[in-house]
Design a protein around this ligand. Sequence first.
Ligand SMILES: [Zn+2]
Ligand SMILES: [Zn+2]
Length: 245
Amino acid sequence: MTTSVVSESYILFQEKMIDLLRQWEERLDSDSITAFTANPIQTEIPFTMQVKVECEPGTYQDMLHEILNLVEEWNPELHDQLQRIGAHITAITLGSTISDISSDCQLDPWILPYVTEQATRPILRMVSAKYREEITKIETKGLCPCCGEPVRLALLEKGRKMLLCPRCHASWQENRLTCSHCGNEDVKAIRYLSVDGEDKAQIHVCDHCYRYLKVIDIRAMLDKPAPELLDIQTIHLDIIAQDNI
Ligand SMILES: [Zn+2]
Ligand SMILES: [Zn+2]
């Protein structure tokens, strides 16, 4: 698959990050992560936006430290900023705002949101697996029913269209001919764009809501790729889609 818009070193870094987060998913104890709310679960709001998710603070801090180390390995020039984040990890865990810490530590605006997002992902993935039954009942058109990430990626698998969240790994089936954002079923209002030289990738563009979905046919693939890596490897499809909306 073409990856010309993303550098090889960035893909390599992302692959290492994916590996690290996968190791953390395996190390996390499902019993140490809980999601709870005093209210009944509402079926039109993403699950993690209506429950309080709790995880051991020490675990989250350890994950953050390992993520900081990996970011530094990728870009040593960030050493000083990453050190300052490391010194403030307790404040991050206690819930100080990202913008306050970024400003106190004089950080580039992207760094803290990026590393805290990465550290959140193994926890979200644990939640999406542990509470799958509750999440299955939630229908949030255009958003992941678990974490609320906007829908953008689907796999064609055994003739089914499976929507996949690169963030929390929730997956759910949907009608192949329906727009995953607005539910439009008028096939004349959905365009199916193919990309030269890529017979496994399609972009579905909806002329009702002007949004799109990257659809990857994985039936002939030997290994099912990690959804977050597939999402990065297909950034060129996002660019093509945005040019065709
Ligand atoms: Zn999600
Ligand atoms: Zn639509």
